[in-house]
Design a protein around this ligand. Sequence first.
Ligand code: K7E
Ligand code: CUA
Length: 669
Amino acid sequence: MSVMALILLMAVAGCSKEEESPTATAVPASSDGGSQVASGVSAIAAERGLTEADIEAAVKTFVPSGTHDEYILFASGGHSGQMLVIGMPSMRLLKVVGVYTPEPWQGWAVGDASETSHILDGGDLQDGTELTWGDTHHPALSETAGDYDGEWAFINEKANGRVAVIDLRDFETKQIIKNPLSMSNHGATMVTPDTKWVIEGGQFPAPLDGSYASIDEYEEKWRGVLTMWKFDRSTGRINYDESFAVETPPYWQDLCDAGKLVSAGMIFCGSFNSEMATGGIEDGNPPLEAGISQADMDYLHIFDIDKMTAAVAAGKTDMINGFPVISLETAAAEGILHFAPEPKSPHGADVTPDGEFVVVSGKLDPHVTVYSVPKIKEAIAAGATERDPFGVGILDFDTVVEVQVEVGLGPLHTQFDDQGYAYTSLFLDSAVARWTLGGSFSDLHSEPDWELIHKTPVHYNIGHLVTTEGDTVSPDGKYLVAMNKWSIDRFNVVGPLLPQNFQLLDISESGTTMPVIYDSPIGIGEPHYAQIIKADKLNPWEVYPEVGWNPETQSLDPRAVAPGEEGVTRDGNNVTVKSTLIRSHFTPERVNVKVGDRVTWHMTNLETAFDATHGFALPGQNINLSLEPGEHQTIEFEVTDEGVFTFYCTEFCSALHLEMAGFFMVAPN
Ligand code: K7E
Ligand code: CUA
């Protein structure tokens, strides 16, 4: 069925734009005014029990074969440790980028032999413990002047406190860094509007040097941390030596957002557990979730980047685990950190596109609290009148809050569009709330400012939500994706572990029209957050720029093998193999080694054709590589067991793909 036919059908059937009309009647099978095409479609619709709203949703999301999606969603892969790349509005999964977990299709960090394994090793614990999974939460796209530039992506890893850099020329992970001070993070990753800094906010406090301290010393010795990673676009890497951290009180720091425009240079992080509860239900204490939720207010953390870098330049840092840290005392004294009270177990802290407001949601408060950045600046200039037990200045709530808007139960995160609306996820209501912004957004909408306009039910238990280019200075406002934690009855049952449900909402119309138009099951981890970029802002390579390209260095590899250079050479126990791959053979096809040899194997894919990827599977050695057109890889491993092993290509690359193989023969020594 074609889009044209569907449009025809809607014209014939007088399709209504009313949303959320699951009870609407199915399209009648016979249509008196229609063409044959339309009646064919209406017959299908009748047979399948589709309503007019269903057909409208289908037409909005259908991307015909051979055409491309308008937007690309970069979603966290949750505890799969990966990052998902999804086309919109079709919601087709385009790629799962290997980040913190080995990914065999991409040859990503499988085994110990490859260079990608060494990138993953960059995130190993200080004692050398290898990590083979991660819990990703918040991807961040690189920005120029506050707008996505399509060059880089960053993503945090909550469970062990890591940050990764992904190059959007080839959608591969290039760097993984382990935080030297913390075993966890959460307000990560966010970037400043120029991507000079990648922000890694913490979550669970602990002594920053990794030592033991009794829980009775929680207030005295356990600490939180905010880490500022300096990103260098010229190298495409985080520069560890120019990075630093700020010590924070042992409250549980949560989501962060970087200021932009009027708030550029500021960082806002929510927190909970100002109570400094430490649990101990087994000793008769209130359980953690009750202890943490006692106080009416927690603290929005407000950081000043210029004051941080001035303190670092002035040498006002301590070295902890070899990493410069601005102490809590210095942060408080120099005004690097201020607090603003925030109500009832806050979660999200989101800066509006003009940078003028920060929207905070308390999970146990039906309101969102909107802070005014100019008022925060004035209050800081006037001097804080109160201080927390660690000496951090607390700004007066009523002085810095612009307004509170009642939106519904369990508000978590907020996103923005181009019509002057904000969208807040309501976990307990299982809904997306649309409400109006004031200030510079007032003229964009026709309704009164700061007012709830509409709620669309979602299915179910929404966590984050994300709008098209919603974190930039100029959101597009076309689509919203509700990232729902539970899917319950929405899909075929696939056993007791259910997929999450990304629901696509059309937010292009104003007022109360905001229908769900697609359900997309996510059967890999629990994605928390995502960002959506206009697809034409991305400029990825179709093939590597030159034959012999090393994706780890993003340059021509001096070890690349040219046709005619193939062969096996031996120097004592060191065997060097030089291979080329092209449809449909490996050269050489016979590699003879002995037990105890150390093998260095250079492999160059000579292909320059779009999509002509070859794989390299070597049984017995836990090796699988993906060599994309032009790619060079070098692997190194030791041979411990005799036998004959047939290596083969793992990508069905040609009619004679099954013949693309060779023999790795290990003789006894
Ligand atoms: Cu799941 Cu952003 Cu980690 Cu909220 S966080 S849902
Ligand atoms: Cu190369 Cu299959």
